[in-house]
Design a binder for this molecule. Sequence first.
Ligand SMILES: NC(=O)c1ccc[n+]([C@@H]2O[C@H](COP(=O)([O-])OP(=O)(O)OC[C@H]3O[C@@H](n4cnc5c(N)ncnc54)[C@H](OP(=O)(O)O)[C@@H]3O)[C@@H](O)[C@H]2O)c1
Length: 180
Amino acid sequence: MQNHTSSLEHLHTDYVDSYVLHGPVAQSGIYPEDKEVWRAMEALHEKNSARALGVSNVSLQQLELFFEFAKVKPKFLQNRCYAASRWDADVRRFCKKNDIVYQGFSLLTANPQVLRSGEVVKMAEKYKTGVEQVVFRFAQQIGMCPLTGTSNSSHMKADLACIQFSLTSAEMSLLENIGA
Ligand SMILES: NC(=O)c1ccc[n+]([C@@H]2O[C@H](COP(=O)([O-])OP(=O)(O)OC[C@H]3O[C@@H](n4cnc5c(N)ncnc54)[C@H](OP(=O)(O)O)[C@@H]3O)[C@@H](O)[C@H]2O)c1
C-alpha cells in the first residue's frame, strides 16, 4: 500500500505497532472495498510492517462482520464514545470477549453534558481533580484505553495523573448510566 510506505518513510521506521482502518465505506455492513483494504492490511502484517491491526468507527454489527472475515483478527477497536450508548457498551462487550483493546476517543468532546453534571463535579471535588480526569479514570476502570486529543502539556500531565485515584463501584455505576 502506497500510503503505508509513505507513512513509514515519514516516521523513519520500517514498521508500526498498530495500523488502524479509519472506517468502513458505509454506516452498516461491510463491502468488497472494506474487505480488499483489510486483506491489504493483512499482507502488511504478514510482512511484519504492521505488528497489530485495528478497526475504527464501526458498529457492533460491522465489528462482528470484520472479525468473522479477518484472517488476522483486529487487536484494536477505536470508536467515538458516547455516554448515551452506555459508553458503547455492546461494542466493548464484544471486544472484551474477543481480546480486542477498546480505544475510546472524544470522551470529553462528545460528552459535554457529563462534564457539566453536578454528580461529576462533586466527584472531581472529592478527588481534588478536574471533571476531565474523572471521565478518563472512569474509562480506564471500565476497561477502555482512553485516547485524548490534548495539545496542552499541563492538561496532558493532569490527565495522566488520573491513575492516582480510584472511583468507587457506586460512582462507576452512576457514570456508566449517566447518559442513558
Ligand atoms: N479514529 C478516528 O476516527 C478518530 C477521530 C477523532 C479522534 N481520534 C483520536 O482520538 C484522540 C482523541 O480525540 P479527541 O481529540 O476528540 O478527544 P478529547 O480528549 O475528547 O478532546 C480533546 C479536547 O479536550 C481538551 N482537553 C483534554 N484534556 C483536558 C483537560 N485536562 N482540561 C481541559 N481540557 C482538556 C483538549 O483541549 P487542550 O488541547 O486545550 O487540552 C481538546 O480540546 C485524537 O487525538 C485522535 O488520535 C480518532
